[in-house]
Each structure stands twice: as structure tokens, then as C-alpha cells.
Design a binder for this molecule. Structure first.
Ligand code: 6PG
Length: 463
């Protein structure tokens, strides 16, 4: 008998099943096309002895110890509901379904509530780290009833990445908390990728080759920017296309896809009255990237900047990227705090930072510092005001200003770097320009305003 089942043997599902088998667990695997499950086990080498193929959900249920636990690794949205519907008749009260794909946490909440009525437990579990992580140690963000997680906790912790011997897996809160945190992880991932890409764009505009930029990233990866995304960007930039010998990035079309997690982050940010502008800039940049033909045409129609790019120091770019990364993380953490307050999740954000230190896509040297600062308590709830980060921003924002100025003057698009700077400069200004917004609102709609010198709500006679 198997301790755990898994349905959905795509890239991530297959890697996760092998990871569990590798850690000594008996796993029953199922796939919509049954042949795939057999093929998968045939290709599993010595791990095959810990894997059982189930032709259908009846066989999957029959292969599992009770209470049963089944991991779903199927595409987000309708496929998850369809899989649950097909699996449910074969489950009993007290069994557990774990959705380990990326999911809109609103759907996770709905599914958990609907399954609870039937006595079946449901866990929304974010898994980060791509194929390599899923196979050898991802970061795992669990949400749902704590007691539902308990029976599988040892399996999940055994397959997770570790940071200083501590597993990068945690139960973070009830209902959609795990999937929400995973969504914000991906939002930060979008922002960080975009910030790195903009920095690369400035270096290329300055005449540097991809290979040289790759070497520079490799060097940065040995400093405070140390992170998985800088590492793989450096390696990607040093890779040549085997067909043409050209740098690989030069033969890749500048049009990026997105599966929706970045967009979900923004939607939830707006619903919660928050704004994650670095993430928004990154999502926008991906959407604009898809308008390839329009951009090619617009290049001929709209005039560019008159100025050439002023030389930008590599050290300025490194510092600018670090400052912007801190701000992107800060926006992500503010958003998670707002969701935690709103949904009463009591999210332990220091723990979130801790389980992101290894295994996940946004793992970086900063996360250990973030964990420490969050544990100590963030002044006014803002990461950027924590002593360590306030000092880092004080040191590095001047470089961010120089970099954004140079790029803007030369007409180079830097929406995420500029968004980070805009947020920083807005937050550090005790009195902004919203006095005029309030005047405008009162002018056209008598919406009222507060005064600096008296309590109460006022309206002016604008005519
Ligand atoms: C991870 C990744 C993973 C996946 C994203 C990519 O944490 O392992 O984020 O979840 O690669 O879904 O998302 P896009 O296709 O939207 O870029």
C-alpha cells in the first residue's frame, strides 16, 4: 500500500513523485492518460519499486493507506475542479486532497469549504522551485486546517529543501493562506525577473555583450545580490545557441508568457487597498512584450529620446538592483500582512521569509535578513523601514536614482526600477500632493476633505 497518491504526471508532478519515492515513501501515481503512469514508472530506475501505477481513480483510492492523501498536480482552474469531482466518489470521510499546483487562493477557499461539507479535508499547498526544486527540494507553503496537514507533515518536510538543516516547508495558516503566499512569491518573482531584465537592458544599451553581462552577474552573485535568479540569468547570458553560435538571448523572441500568478497578486493587492507597483510594472511589461508587432511599428512612429545613454557604472547598477529588489520584497510582504489581517490568518511572515531561503525561485541572500528584521518587528509594518533595510536603501537609492535618470534620459524603458523608486520617494515624503487630489474631488463631487489645522470633514465653496 502507498502512503500518498499523486495525480498529474506533468513536469512538476513527476518530479514531486520521484522526490517522495527518493525519500523512502511509497507513492501511488495516476495520470489522465494511464499509459503515462506506466511509462513514468518504467523510467524511474531503482525508485520504481516505491511507485505504483493506478489506471483510474478507483485504483488510486484502493492503493492508498487510510485515511488517504492525494496530491493534485494539474493545471490551475477548471482541471482542478474536474479532478476533484472525478476523485471524490472514491474517497471517504477523513481523506485528504492536496492541491499542489499554483491556484487562485479564492478558489482554494471555495474548494476547502465545499469539501468540508462532504467530510473530505483539503489543503492548498504552494510548491516553488521549478522542476529541479520539485525533484530535489522545493520550498513548500501549506495552507488549510492545521490538523489536516499533520498526517502528511513528515512526508512534506522530508521532500522540502533545507536551510541550515531546517526544512523549507511550513503550515502558514488556514484556508487559502498557502496558495496566497505562493502567489505573492510569484509576484515578487515577476518583479525580480523584470528588474534584472531592465538592468541587462541598460548594460546592453551601453554596448556590453551578453557574455560579458553574464560574467558581471556571476560576480554580483558572489555579493549582496546573491540569488538563484541572478545566477541563472548570468548562466543564460553566457549560453550560445548551438545552431547559430549567437548568444542564446539574441535568438529568443522578446515576448514573454504568463500563467496568471503575477496578475492574481495584483488583483488581490488592489482588493486589499494595497499597491504592489514593482510587481504591477513587471506584469505590465510582460503584457506589453506580447504586443511585438505593435512595438515594431511604434518604433517607426514615435520619436525616441534625443540623448544617448550616459555611461552608467556597473557598481551603480548593482546597487540600484539591490535597492529595487528590497522594495519589491517590501511590497510583497506588505501585501501578505494586509491579507493576513483581512482574512485573520495570523501569518508568520518571518517564517515565510525563512522557508523562502532555499528551494524556491526567489531564494536570495536577502531573505535571511528579511526573516531577522520581520522577527524583530517592522516599524510601521514596513520592511523598508526596518533598520537593516533603511540603511541599505540609504546607501543604494542614490545609485537607483542615477540609473533611472540615465535610462529615462536615453529613452530606455525601466518601468519596474522606476516603480521601485517612485514607491520609495512617495513613502519617504511626509507631505505629498494628495491635497490637490482632495481639492479636485471636493470641487467636482463635494466629497469633502480633512484639514491640517482642525478635526472634522470640510467642504469648500470653490466658486
Ligand atoms: C515556482 C515558479 C512556478 C512557475 C510559474 C511561472 O515558484 O516554481 O514560480 O510556479 O514557473 O508558474 O509563471 P509564469 O508562467 O506566469 O511566468
Amino acid at each position: 500500500m502507498a502512503r500518498i497518491g499523486l495525480t498529474g504526471l506533468g513536469t512538476m508532478g513527476a518530479a514531486l513523485a520521484l522526490n517522495m519515492a527518493d525519500r523512502g515513501h511509497q507513492v501511488a501515481v495516476h495520470n489522465r492518460t494511464a499509459a503515462r503512469a506506466h511509462e513514468f514508472i518504467e523510467g524511474a530506475g531503482p525508485l520504481a519499486e516505491r511507485l505504483t501505477a493506478a489506471e483510474d481513480f478507483k485504483a488510486l483510492a484502493a492503493a492508498l493507506d487510510r485515511p488517504r492523501a492525494v496530491i493534485l498536480m494539474v493545471p490551475a482552474g477548471a482541471p482542478v475542479d474536474q479532478t476533484i469531482e472525478a476523485l471524490l466518489p472514491h474517497l471517504d470521510k477523513g481523506d485528504l486532497i492536496i492541491d499542489a499546483g499554483n491556484a487562485d487562493f479564492n478558489e482554494t477557499r471555495r474548494r476547502e469549504a465545499a469539501l468540508a461539507v462532504q467530510g473530505v479535508d483539503f489543503i492548498g499547498m504552494g510548491v516553488s522551485g521549478g522542476e529541479e526544486g520539485a525533484r530535489h527540494g522545493p520550498s513548500i507553503m501549506v495552507g488549510g486546517p492545521a490538523e489536516s496537514y499533520e498526517p502528511i507533515r513528515d512526508i512534506i518536510e522530508s521532500i522540502a529543501a533545507t536551510y541550515q538543516d531546517s526544512p523549507c516547508a511550513a503550515h502558514l495558516g488556514p484556508d487559502g493562506a498557502g496558495h496566497f503566499v505562493k502567489t505573492v512569491h510569484n509576484g515578487i518573482e515577476y518583479a525580480d525577473m523584470q528588474l534584472i531584465a531592465e538592468t541587462y537592458g541598460i548594460l546592453r544599451a551601453g554596448g556590453q555583450t551578453p557574455a560579458h553581462i553574464g560574467e558581471l552577474f556571476e560576480e554580483w552573485n558572489r555579493g549582496p545580490l546573491h540569488s538563484y535568479l541572478i545566477e541563472i540569468s548570468g548562466r543564460a547570458l553566457q549560453t550560445a545557441d548551438p545552431d547559430t553560435g549567437e548568444p542564446m538571448v539574441d535568438v529568443i523572441l522578446d515576448r514573454a508568457g504568463q500563467k496568471g500568478t503575477g496578475r492574481w497578486t495584483l488583483i488581490e493587492a488592489l482588493k486589499l487597498g494595497q499597491s504592489a507597483t514593482t510587481i504591477e510594472a513587471a506584469v505590465a511589461a510582460r503584457s506589453w512584450s506580447s504586443m511585438k508587432e505593435v512595438r515594431v511599428a511604434a518604433e517607426e512612429i514615435l520619436p525616441g529620446a534625443a540623448d544617448a545613454l550616459h555611461p552608467v557604472l556597473d557598481t551603480d547598477l548593482e546597487c540600484a538592483l539591490l535597492a529595487a529588489r528590497i522594495i519589491a520584497y517590501g511590497q510583497g510582504f506588505s501585501l501578505m500582512q494586509a491579507a493576513s489581517d483581512h482574512f485573520e490568518w495570523s501569518l508568520d511572515l518571518a517564517r515565510v521569509a525563512e522557508i523562502w531561503r532555499a528551494g524556491c525561485i526567489i531564494r536570495s541572500a536577502l531573505l535571511d535578513d528579511i526573516a531577522k528584521e520581520v522577527r524583530d518587528g517592522l516599524p510601521h509594518g514596513l520592511l523598508i523601514l526596518a533598520p537593516y533595510f533603511a540603511k541599505a536603501l540609504g546607501d543604494h537609492v542614490p545609485a537607483l536614482r542615477r540609473v533611472v535618470s540615465a535610462a529615462v534620459s536615453a529613452g530606455l524603458p525601466v518601468p519596474a526600477l522606476a516603480a521601485a523608486l517612485g514607491y520609495h520617494d512617495t513613502m519617504r515624503r511626509g507631505r505629498g500632493t494628495t491635497d490637490l487630489i482632495q481639492a479636485q474631488r471636493d470641487f467636482f463631487g463635494r466629497h469633502g476633505f480633512e484639514r491640517v489645522d482642525r478635526e472634522g470633514s470640510f467642504s469648500a465653496d470653490w466658486n
